[in-house]
Design a protein around this ligand. Structure first.
Ligand SMILES: Cc1ncc(COP(=O)(O)O)c(C=O)c1O
Length: 397
């Protein structure tokens, strides 16, 4: 490029486009792409040619991340599976609701739904004329009865927080099919290295990639996965809502995926060891983890989840009231008091005062949650160190 100093500075030589495939994922940190001709530009916007124009629409690094998740979720699905990337789990969930609902429409969702999704349905989408019924997801007959002529979506969660209730995915998918509506699930607590809901008849899977997929508590992201037809509809809503993932965050999430099966295997096996040890402690009245043979959904989790990977959250309820739960958290020396889940560190939350703080004791009891319940997101530490820390904290109660 010739010309003046400022022209040369703004139009440097283009970066080489290597023929070889890079092993690491290139980060396409650009908002826009340039075209050889004005016609190419117009053709791309009209959908008459493939390519990239603007990163809110599509960005190769973000596409690579989403397709890596699709490859894991769709591993054993005979039909094509694709995915859409988002800036957070909530951005993915919002786009899925906005795609599959309309004013005057109705959603059936589980009673133990994640608080952010509950808030979206009851204090945002309700203002746009979408109503929701929260039903007992363990009772297919009750769910079927909650579906109305105007219901446009059945929503589920593969593993519910904090009771670790396991969704009967094939049973719920049959209910949705019978009603002629799509069935979407939030599979954040499982991840595709534990359970792949598309294999069980689910139409759309969403994740907060902030959790296990990223895996290191250093990035927020989300993803929606399903057939190309459904994902094309979700993509249009994503572009118009604008909650798009940044290429730098897509890089971190893509890197996280490489170790997801390794991490999930360890997270889950350690969680079962922790759950088994805590169930024997005299101060413990209840432990919720579906890997325990006594958990209500143990047979279901063995049927639907990969062997030995039954989730990495353990909810422990000590004797006593809310103060006992707070005291248990405060007595921990290794396990951190922090929000979120799925990172390398083990973390605890006192359920009644954090994730479920909107619920009074009666509502907590109806949801099967004791006032002292503490949710443990089991990290990658040594199981014996975690058990020793939890046991010394319980001994102090
Ligand atoms: C089950 C579940 N779904 C969705 C979300 C929302 O994800 P994000 O915080 O990435 O928006 C969370 C966050 O805690 C979650 O636990």
């Amino acid at each position: 490029m010739t010309g003046g100093e400022h022209t040369r500075a703004t139009h440097p030589p283009a970066a080489p486009v290597p023929e070889q495939v890079p092993l690491g994922l290139p980060v396409y940190r650009t908002a826009a792409w340039a075209f050889e001709t004005a016609q190419e530009y117009a053709d791309l916007l009209n959908g008459d040619r493939a390519g990239y124009s603007y990163s809110r629409n599509d960005n190769p690094t973000c596409v690579a991340f989403a397709e890596a998740v699709a490859a894991m979720e769709g591993a054993n699905v005979p039909t094509p599976v694709t995915a859409q990337p988002f800036a957070s789990g909530m951005a993915a969930i919002a786009a899925v609701f906005m795609t599959f609902t309309r004013a005057g429409g109705h959603v059936v969702a589980p009673r133990e739904i994640y608080g952010g999704t509950y808030g979206l349905l009851t204090s945002v989408l309700d203002r746009f004329g979408v109503t929701a019924t929260f039903a007992d997801s363990t009772d297919p007959a009750g769910l079927r009865a909650a579906i109305r002529p105007e219901t446009t979506l059945l929503w589920g969660e593969t593993l519910a927080n904090p009771t670790m209730t396991v969704a009967d995915l094939p049973g719920l998918a049959a209910v949705a099919r019978e009603a002629g509506i799509p069935f979407a699930v939030d599979s954040t607590f499982a991840s595709p290295a534990v359970c792949r809901p598309l294999e069980h008849g689910v139409d759309v899977v969403v994740h907060s990639a902030t959790k296990y997929i990223g895996g290191h508590s250093d990035v927020t992201g989300g993803v929606a996965v399903g057939s190309p037809e459904l994902m094309d509809r979700v993509r249009h809503v994503r572009i118009d809502l604008g909650g798009v993932l940044s290429p730098d965050d897509a890089f971190l999430l893509h890197r996280g995926l490489a170790t997801l099966p390794l991490r999930m295997d360890r997270h889950c096996r350690t969680a079962l060891a922790v759950a088994t040890a805590l169930a024997e402690h005299p101060k413990v009245v209840r432990v919720d983890h579906p890997g325990l043979p006594g958990h209500r959904d143990h047979d279901l989790v063995v049927k639907l989840f990969d062997e030995g990977r039954y989730g990495a959250v353990v909810t422990v309820t000590p004797e006593g009231d809310r103060a006992a739960g707070l005291a248990l958290c405060d007595a921990l020396q290794l396990v951190r008091r922090a929000t979120s889940l799925g990172g390398t560190h083990s973390k605890v939350s006192h359920v009644a005062s954090t994730t479920h703080r909107q619920l009074g004791d009666a509502a907590l009891a109806a949801a099967g949650i004791g006032p002292a319940a503490v949710r443990i997101s089991v990290g990658l530490e040594d199981a014996e160190d975690l058990v020793a820390d939890l046991v010394q904290a319980l001994d102090q109660l």
